[in-house]
Design a protein around this ligand. Sequence first.
Ligand SMILES: Cc1ncc(COP(=O)(O)O)c(C=O)c1O
Length: 430
Amino acid sequence: MPIPPSHSPVQTDVTSPLEQARHDFFERVARECGTPCYLYDAAEIEARSQELQSLFPAGVSRLLFSFKSNPLPSVAAILRDTGCRADLTSPGEVVAALEAGFDLSKALYGGPGKGTAELTAAISAGLRHFSVESDGDLAHLAEAAESLATPVKALLRINPRSAPKAKLAMSGVASQFGFEEEVLRATGRETLALAGERVAVAGIHLYWGTQIGDPEALLTCFAKTVAMADELSGALGFPLEILNLGGGFPWPYAHRGRGPDLSPLRDGLAALRAASGPAREAEWWFESGRHLVASSGTLLTRVMEIKRSKDEKDFLLLDTGIHHLGGMAGLGRIPRFSIDLEVPPARLGNPGILVDVVGQLCTPLDCIGKKITLPRVEPGDLLAIPNTGAYGMTASVTGFLSRPSPSEVVHRGEKILSSHRLRGGHERIS
Ligand SMILES: Cc1ncc(COP(=O)(O)O)c(C=O)c1O
């Protein structure tokens, strides 16, 4: 029987046979692989990838999967099979991409502060396309490419003057990311001179932010990117072979529901391309992590205890917490998030309880939901947190308290395809 994905409709107090089947499957996975457990639905990943790719100008667009959202090779391999390329930002992600069977010569390597040694290793591993973030970054890439006598391509990442309408703007604000738009305009030729013999500056990269709320806001960002790319490539005299328009395609995080209808992007992007200058001849690249894998993921967790404190507050203690589902909340930039919890069908008729949802870490910061109302559950019950396929493990404080990582299970319908666990512990280096 097919298992409804985690963006299926809000749970009601009526237990449908499908909900029971879904819960029975969850129980089986929990028994076989343990809890907590991240469950990833292969069919859901395929559907999101195909849908997103269908919105981009056909034949001239490429979708890159951002490994930072979920580097599990078995997940990434599903995206590779749907035609995605890899968007990588660390040596570990390179290893994961190789394991997932990606062609690294078509992948992009980005991120600030890469350094010559890391860039040399990336080129040696097979990477040929780099997003460069500063004069220093370009000089390091030139040095690495020269040392290996290997030609590579660079995309200049831009930090534009204006900020997007996004939950987390990564441009238009002071940041470590990219060349300032106006600085590039003023002194870009000096920057290009740093590329040396082996690095060909071949385009522009602009990532506006994550969770850009709707197609209109996305199109506004893309239009500005195209205009900037047209202008800068002309003014500085480099060919616009590749235009990386970034993404920021939204999806709920740890809440039920779906992302907005992005279908207006199809006509909007086609019109943008038709009206563009040199950008019309470029390959258009898009990047996505969240939108591709968030909906595939469900975090299964057991109730350990329900505890009353000071006669005023109830705590629902789970075997998961901010070390598995951190949402980067502890890092200060993102407002503390809250979660939806699916309870076992048999509990749906129970009277409601109001709880703070906490984990097993020795810090009051280990709270993944405040003032959550749910039907009364009991220790041992298996709960599910939907839409957790992106930025689950990767946005969590995994090292704190040395608790084991959750199991991570890829499934298709009721069939478990593979199961994994992120390794912990220390490797001795001297
Ligand atoms: C440069 C860059 N590309 C792609 C992504 C992936 O973003 P998302 O997961 O929102 O699609 C990020 C996320 O921070 C990013 O910084």
